[in-house]
Design a protein around this ligand. Structure first.
Ligand code: SF4
Length: 822
């Protein structure tokens, strides 16, 4: 048989490539907090594959992509996507739906919103927009719901996540900063000697950080992983230190105590850059001041107190200023800030750390010694300290950095490795999310605990809930709480790509488009670039993007005049920012320019972002102008001026519920995203499972593949059992993310504890929120694209349960049925 002439391999490749085009897309798995911009390769009108981006910045051209990002291009074609608007048939939560047109859906929703506004007031409508699928402040998925919220006047529960707030809290009371200086670029780790990865799993979940951890180790760094379970980072590390849940602060404070008892602190650094030597009035707990508002330090040369002006005033020339000691001035007793810390830290011995953390006292001491003795060292922390006391633990991490002179020292530091790992880009978003609107009308921000207290009461004033960007019924703790919230509501709307657990209890479910199908700006891990997200493909469902949806809804409630702009017009407004890294680009960045060039390098310095605490020219935002991490005067009234280890939550802990419920994250899901893809499901073990240490299982008479019930007083979940030595004895582990309908019966979201309320919003959080407002911030942190401690809405891991073999009849979870197609 005659063979047809074949093109050479190279020609074939060129031919194949010639059919391909690409656009940039925000990865729908943003929640690993990289919010990666990815290259979406399109061929014949379909997504062919996903690739990392190669950037134009010569100092760091390699973008990154993780296993989920590689699979993300499959999602638009998933048959389980919402295809048309759904209207509930039968009882709420029964899982029966009819497909309806967009016109019908928006007409009916608009009519109900008008009725509620007229009868009860606009603030009886609630907007939940706590991103899962998009970060809160980055995209039209957030901006447009907020535009609607602010023109209609709805109530917005302030759903910041406690554990996300640790660095914000630590920095606020250290330096008065609105934004943690500890959110820095992981490239700065390369060349260091020692890295404590403490409370995160970057090797499996944070690609840019992982890249730089690998480079750091290749360059000679020793990596120590401190955490609850033996995960991918533990396997990569030189040493794994297994910590008991919520015990991290005990080790951190024992290290602080070791440094101070042995006089190992970086004294010159502390004197220059901190308030370590400032005198504290022993009676009031406030920093000592003279009549002119100057602070006081002790001068050993003159044996008298001498003034230091606010805003990092200079110490008097020739003064000999001690960091430690107590002194008498006019018959009153004063103590230096560092002495206060030393006294407070004295109770935190290595023996106590050993007992609380479950590690050897000698290991605790070695970790402290290594931390002090390393020439350069980092603490790299993340969102793995999901405990009630973790805000304080972040403060202790920062303290360890300050005491050893590592904050701002090149090659050293303390950081939370997540989000904005490049120079952050600040767009002009306020005119979009918070337009002037109707005079006197604005959204009503309410702290989460207060909102829940009202919303779940039998006489709740709230009549409607609109959920955009998020799946609170599944992601937030205590599912029953949400069922109580919507009970009696006249309208529940969910706008999402998937029929989520939240959608399942809604009256209307509106299909959103995926990032592959719509235009937007991409920010986040864009390696200092401004990137236009262009549609890669035509919409695969009868869905609509947020600008269209909220403009159409606005028309139906009489607010159409505020929703007349197109996506390019909105993007142009976002680009008209005063933020110098964008405003400094020439020619100016406009939608048209982005459309032509796809991405534009911001006017960002090539070096990694790292606010230099060491820079003598830098005066911190607080009144003293110096680091206050060793003594936060503002917290004196709560007896928290010096940090201490707070007890974790004890909710549910009893002989009845003796085990820690650990809803950890795994690398193939991002919250409940990616739980529909058969590949990620297969990689995740096909079905949800409860994981238990084999020793614990044997003690309980349980074996691999047994059907088990994990339960507490709030609810239960039934799954098969997997034995796993990486799970510590005493912990019951169910991976976060699986949807309720994927479980045999129940869901872990029934048994996670309700932490939005008194259990997460105590005097400390109240104080922070009040101080935040007093510092001139807006009550709604989204307005400033900032976070503030308003009370956690997330699942803490200091939550308790029991486990037993399940031998009853399975009552399957509803699967969601469309009883009437459009
Ligand atoms: S790290 Fe997150 S955002 Fe980046 S590719 Fe992976 S899933 Fe997507």
């Amino acid at each position: 048989m005659r063979r047809m002439p074949q093109p050479a391999k190279r020609e074939r490749e060129e031919f194949r490539m010639s059919e391909e085009s690409f656009v940039y897309t925000a990865c729908p798995g943003w929640g690993d907090h990289d919010y990666c911009a990815l290259k979406t390769i399109v061929k014949d009108g379909k997504i062919e594959r996903m690739e990392r981006i190669v950037y134009s910045a010569p100092e760091e051209p390699d973008g990154h992509i993780c296993q989920k990002g590689c699979l993300a291009g499959r999602q638009p074609y998933d048959p389980k996507r919402l295809k048309k608007p759904l209207k509930r048939v039968g009882e709420r939560g029964e899982g029966k739906w009819e497909e309806i047109s967009w016109d019908q859906a928006l007409d009916e929703i608009g009519e109900k919103l008008c009725k509620i506004r007229d009868e009860y007031g606009p603030d009886k409508v609630v907007l939940w927009n706590l991103g899962a699928g998009v970060p809160a402040q980055y995209s039209f998925e957030n901006l447009m719901p907020f535009r609607f919220a602010n023109t209609f006047g709805v109530t917005v529960p302030l759903g910041s996540i406690g554990l996300d707030n640790g660095p914000f809290y630590a920095e606020f009371y250290n330096a008065g900063s609105e934004f943690p200086r500890t959110v820095i670029d992981p490239r700065i780790m390369v060349g260091t000697d020692l890295i404590y990865v403490w409370g995160c799993n970057p090797i499996e979940n944070q690609m840019r950080c992982a890249q730089n951890l690998v480079r750091a180790r290749e360059a000679g760094a020793r990596i120590v992983d401190l955490g609850l379970i033996f995960d991918g980072t533990a396997g990569f590390a030189d040493e794994f230190v297994a910590m008991k849940p919520a015990s991290d602060g005990y080790l951190a404070m024992a290290m602080v105590n070791y440094i101070l008892q042995n006089d190992l602190q970086a004294s010159e650094y502390l004197l220059a850059r901190s308030i370590a030597a400032y005198l504290v009035d022993d009676e009031t707990g406030l920093l000592a001041r003279d009549g002119e508002g100057n602070y006081l330090v002790w001068d050993a040369a003159s044996n008298a107190a001498v003034p230091v002006a606010p805003k990092a005033g200079a110490y008097p020339e020739g003064a000999d200023i001690p960091l430690f000691g107590s002194y008498q001035i006019d018959g009153k007793s004063y103590t230096t800030a560092l002495q206060k810390l030393k006294d407070a830290a004295a109770e935190y011995t290595f023996e106590l750390a050993a007992e609380k953390c479950g590690i050897g006292a000698e290991d605790a001491e070695r970790l402290a010694r290594d931390w002090v003795e390393a020439e350069n060292a980092f603490i790299l922390s993340g969102y793995g300290l999901r405990y009630r006391n973790s805000n304080e633990t972040y403060r202790q991490f920062l303290l360890l950095g300050a005491l050893t002179g590592r904050l701002g020292k090149p090659g050293s530091g303390v950081f939370e490795a997540l989000q904005l790992q490049s120079w952050p880009l600040v767009f002009n978003d306020l005119p979009i999310s918070c337009p002037d609107g109707v005079p006197g009308v604005k959204s009503v921000p309410v702290r989460m605990g207060e909102w829940f207290a009202k919303a779940e009461a039998p006489d709740s004033p709230y009549k409607a809930l609109i959920v955009c960007s998020g799946n609170p019924v599944h992601q937030q703790p205590d599912r029953q709480r949400w069922l109580d919230v919507v009970d009696g509501m006249e309208l529940v709307v969910d706008y999402d790509v998937w029929l989520t657990d939240t959608g399942e209890i809604a009256d209307y479910v509106l299909p959103d488009l995926m990032s592959f199908e719509r235009e937007d700006l991409i920010t986040g891990a864009c390696y200092n670039h401004i990137i236009l997200q262009e549609p890669a493909i035509e919409p695969q469902v009868d869905g609509h993007e947020p600008v269209w949806v909220f403009s159409e809804l606005a028309k139906r409630v009489g607010l159409g005049d505020y929703f007349t702009m197109s996506i390019p017009e909105y993007i142009d407004i976002r680009l008209q920012t005063q933020y110098p890294l964008i405003a400094g680009v020439q020619p100016p960045v406009t939608y048209e320019r982005l459309k032509a060039e796809k991405m534009i390098r911001a006017a960002a310095p090539p070096e990694p972002k790292y606010t230099p605490y060491l820079n003598p020219a830098e005066v911190l935002d607080n009144e003293t102008g110096r680091m206050e991490i060793m003594y936060s005067e503002k917290l004196a009234e709560l007896d928290m001026a010096t940090t201490k280890v707070l007890e974790p939550n004890k909710i549910g802990k009893s002989t009845e519920y003796p085990y820690q419920l650990f809803t950890g994250r795994q690398r193939f899901f991002m919250q409940s995203s990616f739980t529909d893809d058969p590949i990620t499901v297969k990689l995740s073990g096909e079905t949800p499972a409860t994981r238990l240490n084999p020793v614990q299982a044997q003690r309980l008479g349980l074996a691999e593949d047994d059907m088990v019930e994990v339960f507490n007083e709030r609810g239960h979940v039934v799954t098969r059992l997997v034995l796993d030595e990486s799970v510590p004895d005493g912990t019951v582990h169910v991976w976060f993310g699986w949807r309720r309908r994927q479980f045999e019966e129940g869901t872990y979201a029934e048994i996670t504890h309700q932490c939005a309320g008194k259990d997460s919003q105590g005097p400390l959080e109240d104080k922070w929120f009040a101080d935040w407002l007093a510092a001139g911030h807006h009550p709604n942190p989204y307005v400033e694209s900032m976070s503030s401690l308003t009370g956690s809405t997330d699942c803490y891991w200091d939550s308790w349960c029991d486990i037993r073999k399940f031998e009853g009849e399975i009552t399957p979870n509803p699967q969601g049925t469309i009883v009437k197609e459009a």
